[in-house]
Design a protein. Sequence first.
Length: 190
Amino acid sequence: MSRQLVAAGLLLLAALPAAAIDYVQTSGSTLGFSGIWQGERFEGRFPGFATRLAFDPAKPSAARLDVEIRIAAATAGTPEEDLELRGKAFLDAARHPAARYVARGFRATGPGRYTAVGTLSLRGVTRPVTFNFHWTPGAKPLLVGTATVRRLQFGVGAGEWADVGVLGNDIAVHARVVLTPVAASAKKRP
């Protein structure tokens, strides 16, 4: 095969539009949250969550992200705190066992950096939430990002817990998601 033919083939491939790759979350992924309680920082995590992503860094506006979070698995440290967190005053896991974040289309904000404006459905309320993240490509790409959730907009900790001087309104959500491409035969788009 001549060099000219190989070069022409490579140029043709480079001219074809890139396609988004479908990914699913794999082991090593974490989803956590933090906030301020009586002037002190607290942390918790959602060990039960599943992420699906369709993404091509060259065409971020065509991306799709779908994250389902099992609320009943939320933890804040001690068994007593976990019960309170999952209880009616806060996440109300009995009535709302899952939360979901869905974003369609990202915006590039710098090399490897993107912003997704999606919707979070939590406790039966759906509101827009912005997720900023860094993308590290590779055989198992890594998505690391943060979002701020205003808890009172979702009814989390309302009533006696609505005093933002005791419990801050802004809850930082931080994700570290290790992804793996979905096999062509098993693809399900988010």
